[in-house]
Ligand binder design. Structure first.
Ligand SMILES: [Zn+2]
Length: 217
């Protein structure tokens, strides 16, 4: 069921940040899901990665500090991050494809209100950047809310409308604290989104409260 109907893409700045590897873990999950679903952005990321590689090759050798080798060796000695749990989690088949960490989060879902569940995604940094799955039932409206800092949302299943704009599976919504809105889920069925932000969430609204409670922040 490949639907090439993605209308909302990350900015080129976000894609470049992602391609460079500098993007935080939480936001990278959202961009990774979009890039997998979107041939246009996948091509842009591949181009940026290739360009980044060439830039590294062009760097003069003198740029490297005398202690660079020690630093690299020290990093090699650092234990690798804990491997993912052995159980290979599968996200529901009617979602767009998601990174493994996101699929594993499904087992942590908790119903927090009628029609709404939330599942925190383990980005390997407890207390750090926040990433969570949010499921809202068909036809429901989210309360008016704002964001602290930049927040990225990708639709994994279903669709929501925000003002004049419709966000369907694969679409990415970027919101910052200038935006105050009240998206509503279309009547066709449930909507599941992956939401990530590299800033700590400032609890202001009901979504913030339930996320803070269930995401363990
Ligand atoms: Zn795209």
């Amino acid at each position: 069921m490949t639907k090439n109907t993605i209308n909302h893409h990350p900015s080129e700045a976000l894609l470049a940040d992602y391609a460079s590897g500098a993007m935080g873990a939480a936001r990278s999950l959202v961009i990774a899901a979009h890039v997998h679903a979107c041939p246009r952005c996948r091509a842009l990321v591949e181009t940026a990665e290739a360009a980044g590689g060439e830039m590294l090759e062009d760097l003069p050798a003198a740029e490297m500090g005398a202690d660079a080798l020690d630093a690299v060796l020290a990093r090699l000695d650092t234990p690798a991050p804990q491997p993912a749990p052995t159980a290979k989690a599968e996200a529901p088949a009617d979602w767009i494809r998601v990174p493994d960490e996101v699929a594993q989060a499904v087992s942590r879902k908790r119903w927090v209100a009628p029609g709404v569940w939330i599942a925190p995604v383990d980005t390997g940094r407890p207390g750090g950047p926040l990433s969570y799955l949010l499921r809202v039932g068909a036809g429901m409206r989210m309360p008016q809310h704002t964001h602290d800092g930049c927040e990225l949302t990708i639709v994994l299943k279903g669709a929501f409308a925000d003002g004049e704009q419709l966000f369907a599976a694969g679409d990415l919504a970027e919101a910052d604290d200038d935006i105050e809105h009240s998206p509503h889920i279309t009547g066709d069925g449930e909507c599941v989104c992956l939401v990530s932000c590299d800033n700590r969430l400032i609890v202001k609204d009901w979504i913030g409260r339930v996320v803070a409670t269930y995401a363990g922040i």
